[in-house]
Write a protein that binds this ligand. Structure first.
Ligand code: AMP
Length: 215
């Protein structure tokens, strides 16, 4: 993807070669403790596996829970926040790296350009819009990226949404192959493992291509 418009950048650069997952998730914590538990599990696991977090940069809601879990376990967290939200003092002030951009569109573009895969934990309009934009960019015939996109379907939170996607495919308005891009996993751990296996498969395909090229 092309380099997005420059924003203000604060903090430090991630370790060389670090892979990043962009996580979309609620600006609220919701009513179920498991939403918070899953955000915490994900943050811990990302830090332990050396996977960097890219997210919306807020200190509130599940977003804040996740960023704090990454940071308190020694991980690397990048926030991308629109100036308007930074002015409202919703930006997390302790992130490893923070981009402040001018518009919501620049923000989504920057988040995508920094990551190697996307996850959606439970969330509302913002979360759903962001993961669907990532899916839209990945679908045929656009094919703007091939990053795995996984919904963390905590306690069936996204069941209705998946039923709707099946309906859209059955009605011929969503190609089955594009429907399959919207992956799901029951827990944050399983979702991160799914992304990591996609990275491994991609690496293996690359190595295979190189072996064939050298023969
Ligand atoms: P929602 O699911 O509607 O709560 O929105 C969450 C998503 O929208 C996140 O992935 C963020 O990228 C963005 N977002 C919503 N609220 C904020 C906020 N206060 N600060 C930064 N980003 C936010």
């Amino acid at each position: 993807m092309a380099e997005p418009p420059a924003g203000d950048r604060m903090g430090v650069e991630p370790p060389e070669g670090m892979k990043h997952v962009c996580v979309y998730l609620g600006g609220h914590v919701g009513y179920r403790k498991r939403y918070v538990d899953e955000a915490e599990d994900l943050g811990r696991l990302m830090a332990a596996d050396g996977v960097g977090l890219v997210y919306g940069g807020a200190r509130v809601g599940l977003m804040g829970v996740l960023a704090n879990a990454v940071l308190s376990n020694g991980g690397f967290a990048t926030g991308v926040v629109p100036r308007q939200l930074a002015y409202q003092e919703l930006a997390h002030e302790g992130l490893s790296r923070l981009y402040v951009v001018d518009t919501m569109h620049q923000r989504k573009y920057r988040m995508q350009s920094l990551c190697h895969g996307c996850l959606a934990l439970p969330g509302g309009f913002g979360t759903i819009e962001e993961i669907f934009e990532a899916l839209t960019w990945a679908q045929k015939p656009l094919l703007l990226h091939e990053k795995p996109c996984v919904f963390v379907n905590v306690d069936g939170y996204y069941d209705h949404l998946f039923r709707f996607l099946d309906h859209a495919a059955a009605e011929g308005l969503l190609l089955e192959s594009n429907r399959a891009l919207a992956r799901q996993a029951p827990t944050a751990t399983a979702a991160l493992r799914d992304i990591q296996s996609a990275w491994d498969a991609e690496e293996e395909a690359l190595q295979q291509m190189l072996r064939e090229y050298r023969q």
